[in-house]
Design a protein around this ligand. Structure first.
Ligand SMILES: Cc1cc2nc3c(=O)[nH]c(=O)nc-3n(C[C@H](O)[C@H](O)[C@H](O)COP(=O)(O)OP(=O)(O)OC[C@H]3O[C@@H](n4cnc5c(N)ncnc54)[C@H](O)[C@@H]3O)c2cc1C
Length: 619
């Protein structure tokens, strides 16, 4: 595995001797204006939205050297402070997505209790910069590929901050840009809506065109006591009631919802419907779309805030975005193309690596300028499975992808595009990429021969896979334990179908004890604490800046220790004493011990009388 920085010969001269630093620099003695840097990694992840971050982190944690290239100054993509879209995914409490996403959300709760968006960016950033196997390039836009036959040998990128041209060599490339820049490799892709006849997708009312869902710019509000009319810039649209004078019938079809522009009240209104651009190429026309969206968003806020019926009273505009969030552009083609039917039938794939639960939520390309219904949502089975085959290219062997550019039809994508699902897809792609690197093979071979390993790794990393449960460790399976804690061996690390699946322990008084007939060697433990998946405020769905602080899930362990019994006495092998535990999944390792018993002792919770634990595996 290689991971090195090669500064090209032309750049060496730019390292100025210290004595020269005092001199004034002119064109005579200046270093080249642009640097050229060559880097090499096992896995090159392009795009640092939630899919790209989860792909990079999972590949790195499984041993691959990773370079993550993100064209913005922050990570998070549409979830970042630049866009401020709240994360959604599956709709039920029990199916809330875990893995790296939940880890970042809990980190955010701990370090950013006021839930300020820019600090949420840094909770994501912390997750990346603390990974020794990741080199992060922010402000760096991938703009070319170098091919070696049918494989990608390198990507080229430009750092706008550091005036640096990169050539980044890699073994596996993951396109998590949403916009599919690595199409430059000649990878097969689609943009637009399939004809309903192609996959028999009955929910596609129209199709056979290049139209997509549009982009949006969001706004954020603040509650106020002072009511001053809002002045929009003169180039903004100025709306009146006549602009919204059309029928808005509710759907009478069970499981189907119609959405309209929500112009009536700012409360609980995330303005996603200020959407435009679906009739154009949302990449080629991105700048013109940005201007149109600014005109719409300022105009909408002026209309609401100054409306004579007082609907905007008590609110003030706190922030308006500049970067239009993109919902859809291209979708790569993999060995499997996920369709409406895959989603509706629950996705019972043997190679399942992720799941969704958001509705088939198709926005009309006319978007804001459409009079009437602008999106239709169709109910889907909660926890529909998504297979590995949507995550790698059918014709470029070392190209993977995750996020909103996966292999899906327009209708299929309408359900998988939400960010919690994209995060799971990213984690699955990164894990698959790491297995490919470890074995020196390509993603297609991982798919054919090693998918069971990828699935087990994902489950071990706290990702739920539908229609199956995690296998507990051999030591856990062979231990003797009291009946009341047997449940910790069922591999279900969450409340499921209302069944608790966990064990409650009072701090300092009770512990979870495993016992073996003969001494066993133990060198670690895997724990799942209950981070209260139903708490949706983890998802940064705040429409207004408040001074209300969020609280850590109170039943989680804040401090705990693990003790081993060597036949004579209990010895502490791991203790979380000086630091707070704020995570749901903890994998701890310690010097191997021979023991006949192992126990976890919670010494403090985040407020509740008892801690709630879903899993405790001896390793
Ligand atoms: C207005 C709007 C409302 C939405 N509503 C919701 C919602 O309520 N909840 C929800 O969960 N989802 C929502 N979605 C969908 C969701 O935001 C996206 O589908 C999701 O962000 C896709 O994740 P991603 O990581 O694939 O892409 P992105 O979040 O788009 O991240 C991709 C990143 O790659 C970067 N990038 C692009 N090109 C390059 C390049 N050449 N080089 C380097 N970096 C590059 C981009 O700057 C970006 O940061 C909404 C989307 C929009 C636009």
């Amino acid at each position: 595995m290689k991971f090195f920085i090669k500064i090209m010969a032309s750049v060496m001269v730019c390292v100025m001797p210290f004595s020269a630093a005092a001199q004034m620099i002119t064109e005579q003695n200046a270093a080249p204006v642009k640097k050229q840097v060559e880097l090499t990694a096992d896995v090159v992840v392009c795009g640092g939205g939630l899919a790209g971050v989860c792909a990079a982190v999972s590949a790195a944690r499984h041993g691959a050297k990773v370079i993550l290239v993100q064209d913005r100054p922050v990570l998070g993509g549409n979830a970042s402070s630049e866009m401020r879209m709240g994360i959604v995914g599956a709709k039920t409490d029990e199916l809330q997505e875990t893995g790296i996403l939940e880890e970042m959300q809990l980190r955010n709760f701990y370090y950013n209790p006021l839930q300020r968006y820019t600090m949420w960016d840094d909770a994501i950033y912390s997750t990346v910069v603390t990974e020794p196997n990741i080199k992060l390039l922010l402000n760096t836009s991938v703009n070319d590929v170098v091919m070696d036959g049918e494989r990608i040998a390198a990507v080229k990128a430009w750092n706008t901050n550091a005036y640096t041209e990169y050539r980044i060599n890699g073994t596996i490339f993951a396109d998590c840009t949403g916009d599919g820049i690595l199409r430059l490799s000649g990878a097969k892709f689609r943009r637009g809506r399939e004809l309903p006849t192609e996959f028999n997708e009955t929910y596609l009312q129209e199709g056979g065109d290049s139209k997509t869902m549009g982009n949006s710019i969001l706004l954020q509000l603040r509650k106020t006591d002072v009511d001053v009319p809002f002045k929009a810039p003169e180039w903004a649209y100025h709306f009146t009631d006549d602009d919204f004078n059309y029928d808005t019938p509710k759907s009478t079809i069970p499981g189907v919802k119609f959405n309209y522009k929500r112009i009536y009240h700012p409360h609980d209104n995330n303005f996603w419907w200020c959407e435009f651009g679906g009739n154009f190429d949302t990449i080629a026309n991105a700048n013109d779309i940005q201007f149109e969206l600014k005109r719409i968003v300022y105009g909408i806020w002026e209309y609401m805030k100054n409306h004579p019926d007082g609907r905007g009273k008590g609110y003030e505009l706190d922030w308006i975005g500049s970067l239009p969030g993109k919902r859809e552009n291209v979708r790569f083609v993999g060995p499997h193309i996920l369709t409406q039917h895959d989603v509706l039938s629950g996705g019972r794939f043997p190679d399942v690596v992720a799941y969704g639960g958001w509705t088939l939520d198709d926005h009309h390309p006319d978007a804001f300028h459409k009079k009437g219904r602008i999106s239709v949502e169709y109910d889907v089975p909660q926890g529909f499975g998504i297979p590995f085959g949507v995550l790698y290219s059918v014709n470029v062997p070392n190209l993977m992808f995750a996020g909103r550019d996966i292999s899906a039809t327009h209708m299929g994508l309408s359900a998988t595009r939400v960010m919690a699902t994209c995060a799971l897809l990213g984690q699955a792609a990164g894990t698959g990429a790491a297995v490919a690197i470890e074995k020196g093979i390509m993603p297609a071979e991982v798919h054919a021969k090693h998918i069971a390993q990828v699935q087990a790794m994902l489950e071990d990393d706290d990702c739920l896979l539908p229609y199956r449960w995690r296998k507990v460790s051999e030591l856990t399976a062979s231990a003797t334990m009291s009946k009341d804690i047997e449940i910790l061996r069922n591999g279900i690390d969450r409340t499921w179908e209302k069944k608790d699946n966990g064990v409650w322990v009072a701090p300092g008084e009770e512990s979870i004890v495993y016992q073996w007939k003969k001494p066993v060697t133990i060198s670690g433990a895997r724990l799942i604490f209950d981070s209260q998946l139903k708490v949706r405020s983890k998802r940064m769905r705040k429409l207004e800046a408040t001074t209300e602080r969020v609280k850590m899930p109170d039943v989680m362990a804040k401090k705990f220790r693990i003790e081993a019994f060597d036949g004579k006495e209990w010895k502490c092998v791991f203790e979380e004493k000086d630091k707070d535990n704020y995570l749901r999944l903890r994998k701890v390792s310690f010097a191997p011990v021979k023991a006949t018993k192992l126990r976890v002792v919670v010494t403090e919770t985040w407020g509740a009388e008892k801690a709630h634990i879903f899993a405790f595996d001896a390793l």
